[in-house]
Design a protein around this ligand. Structure first.
Ligand SMILES: CC(C)(COP(=O)(O)OP(=O)(O)OC[C@H]1O[C@@H](n2cnc3c(N)ncnc32)[C@H](O)[C@@H]1OP(=O)(O)O)[C@@H](O)C(=O)NCCC(=O)NCCS
Length: 325
């Protein structure tokens, strides 16, 4: 077995390995791999590895990331590195190969001067942490010195056939309609949206919104909560017409052809507690349904009760996993 850098021609074999090992829970396709790894701003060709046996069969895959551009006001995370994903055959040879690519990734991160490493949660992440059901991944991470936290974050899912905005939410919006409106973002709204994000969510959510606006033909899949000339809330939505494969639709292969997703969502601190966050969520889900989606997900949250109010249920669970180098 030997570890070497990933080459472009490995792509089909890496996807085949990944989908053999974890495709039932996390089906990976070329567009998502290219977007989040090969074409991501934080991609480094020196930080993507495969392990193969003497006949050239791939046994394991891993990539690592360090920040290459600031994540908005959160900056460059100079001491932080990430192992973005690890895939390996679930047999003895695969486990050995998995250990080897993981160690190679950690050695590379150390050589980059990183003091802390997390599994997942990287810029353009694939996973917010290590999936709860991936006990072999957790075993390899623990062997390498990672601490697996008890804290769980989740993805949520809902079928949309019976979805409608609850009457009390519509009534609340009616009551507040002189002051607040929820609608799709237009190109003219973008400066106000970015001002709002810089004020309220200046880190990763600002950064990811700017990145998304770069690739979408129109900003209309972002819903905004408008107050006069100002934006007071935002909600990203995704469906099959979206150009950016947002985190809520990464695993769209499991959601069916008419897939949808939502998040991040946020309301200005001064505007919270008026029912407008819930209204933005409800209108976001209604918008996704109006684009033809029949099943949708919300990713990376611990607000199970908030989203549970309109019928979202836990779909996937992840533990944070981190290591001091
Ligand atoms: C989460 C957020 C969008 C909620 O918006 P909001 O305007 O404060 O909430 P609302 O006034 O619409 O609350 C509606 C209901 O949801 C509940 N709720 C609000 N925030 C909640 C939370 N964090 N956890 C659980 N329930 C929550 C409220 O108690 C209320 O319930 P009630 O009607 O039974 O009293 C807002 O707090 C926010 O922007 N937070 C920071 C960003 C964030 O965490 N986004 C979600 C990331 S996954």
């Amino acid at each position: 077995m030997r570890v070497r850098h990933f080459r472009t021609e490995d792509l089909p074999a890496v996807l085949a390995l990944w989908n053999r090992c974890m495709g039932e829970q996390f089906p990976l396709d070329a567009p998502l791999f290219e977007q989040n790894v090969l074409k991501d701003a934080h991609f480094d060709p020196e930080a993507v590895w495969v392990a193969e046996d003497e006949r050239g069969n791939l046994l394991a895959y891993a990539h690592a990331k360090v920040c290459k551009e600031p994540l908005g006001s959160a900056g460059m995370f100079p001491e932080q590195g990430w192992v973005g994903a690890l895939a390996f055959e679930p047999d003895d040879a695969g486990l050995e190969a998995g250990r080897a690519v993981l160690q190679t990734a950690l050695d590379w991160l150390k050589a980059q001067g990183r003091k802390r490493v997390s599994y997942g949660s990287d810029p353009a992440h694939l996973f917010p942490g290590v999936p709860a059901e991936q006990t072999l991944h957790q075993q390899l991470l623990q062997e390498a010195g990672f601490t697996i936290s008890d804290h769980i974050v989740v993805d949520l899912v809902r079928d949309l056939a019976d979805y409608r905005v609850p009457d009390e939410v519509e009534a609340n919006l009616q009551r507040l309609r002189e002051e607040y409106i929820i609608r799709s973002c237009t190109p003219q709204d973008v400066p106000a949206l970015l001002r709002f994000l810089q004020q309220e969510f200046p880190g990763r959510w600002y950064y990811e919104t700017v990145k998304r606006l770069d690739v979408e033909d129109t900003p209309r899949d972002i819903l905004i909560l408008v107050h006069g000339d100002e934006v007071h809330g935002f909600c990203h939505t995704f469906w099959r017409g979206s150009k950016r494969i947002g985190p809520s639709i990464y695993w769209r292969g499991l959601l069916g052809e008419a897939y949808g997703g939502l998040g991040p969502i946020g309301v200005a601190a001064s505007t919270r507690g008026k029912g407008l966050g819930l209204a933005l969520l409800c209108k976001g889900v209604e918008y996704v349904k109006s684009q033809g989606a029949t099943r949708m997900a919300i990713d990376w949250t611990d607000l199970v009760d908030f989203y549970g109010k309109i019928g979202f249920r836990v779909w996937k669970r992840y533990h944070s996993a981190s290591l001091s180098l």
